[in-house]
Write a protein that binds this ligand. Structure first.
Ligand code: OGA
Ligand code: MN
Length: 287
């Protein structure tokens, strides 16, 4: 009898993990969580109230931890815990966090395998907004009409950090552009990702800038249409946070975004990340 029970939330998306904190690090629990992650996309551990050290131990059990934000403002007490907040006292470069208001996949414009999973603990909530939404890119692909699946075969998409920052600004300041170009890579990925498992998912998000070989409006409208398709309620789940909740999502099979919240709300989430285990076929360009 397993120490963890996983209760589905919606047909395509979401699972609530019922497990006592003292069983969290057991091998059985870890195996059940890893297995459920791809199938359910997002797993909710209500009110786990993990400390940073406990969250890191859990992260390390699930995979290899990685931190893309070591140089960004917003460090937690431990350098591998990143605080997601718009609080100006903690975060002096809020653009990246403002970018989380738009559908995205983490780490797409970094020349490394896409992070396998992200873990967030809710430390402080905003009185308004701040719910996080997740959409299954597996369900989005699998439910496309066959003709459209065929039309998307072989299509390639260029992803760049400045595309994901465009919605955040009226006009992107030159110095920010230079900084992002230095810290990110322009990645070309297939629009349909065939995973090692054989399953296919869509790879789109705010970072998707253009479709290779198509005029800009044609490519971008396709990307926006697929984003809208994937975000529909049947394929997505909105998490209404309670303080202390821990949520893990399959970053290779889901996109996510947060409902806008006020920068003075004090909302603060502690994030850890698990390194990717599988590369999307694609090419990278730096600078
Ligand atoms: C993230 C992210 C959403 C949120 O941590 O990568 O997108 O709800 N966070 O803060
Ligand atoms: Mn994110």
């Amino acid at each position: 009898m397993s120490t963890a029970r996983i209760e589905p939330i919606k047909p395509h998306m979401g699972g609530i993990v019922h497990v006592a904190k003292e069983h969290l690090l057991e091998d059985q629990t870890i195996a059940a969580v890893r297995e459920a992650l791809e199938d359910r996309g997002v797993l909710v551990f209500p009110r786990m109230n993990l400390t940073d050290a406990e969250q890191l131990s859990f992260t390390d059990k699930l995979g290899k931890r990685v931190n893309y934000n070591r140089k960004a403002p917003g460090r937690g007490d431990d350098e591998d815990v990143y605080a997601i907040t718009l609080d100006k006292k903690v975060n002096t470069q809020p653009e990246y966090v403002l970018g989380t208001f738009f559908w995205h996949i983490d780490g797409v414009t970094i020349d490394q395998p896409l992070p396998k999973a992200t873990l967030l603990t809710a430390r402080k909530l905003s009185p308004t907004g701040g719910q996080t939404e997740f959409a299954s890119m597996y369900a989005a692909y699998e439910n496309l009409p066959e003709t459209e699946k065929q039309a998307l075969e072989g299509v390639k998409v260029v992803h760049r950090m400045e595309a994901s920052m465009r919605p955040v600004f009226d006009q992107i300041p030159e110095e920010d552009l230079a900084r992002w170009r230095a810290m990110s890579a322009v990645m070309t990925h297939p629009l349909v990702w065939t995973h090692n498992s054989g399953r296919k998912s869509l790879l789109v998000g705010s970072h998707a800038d253009s479709v290779v070989g198509r005029p800009i409006p044609h490519g971008r409208s396709l990307l926006v249409r697929l984003l809208e398709w994937a975000g529909q309620p049947a394929f997505s789940y909105r998490h209404e946070w309670q303080e202390g909740d821990l949520v893990i999502w399959d970053n290779c099979g889901c996109m996510h975004r947060v409902v806008p919240y006020d920068e003075n709300s004090g909302r603060r989430m502690h994030r850890t990340t698990i390194m990717g285990e599988e590369r999307v076929a694609g090419s990278a360009r730096h600078g």
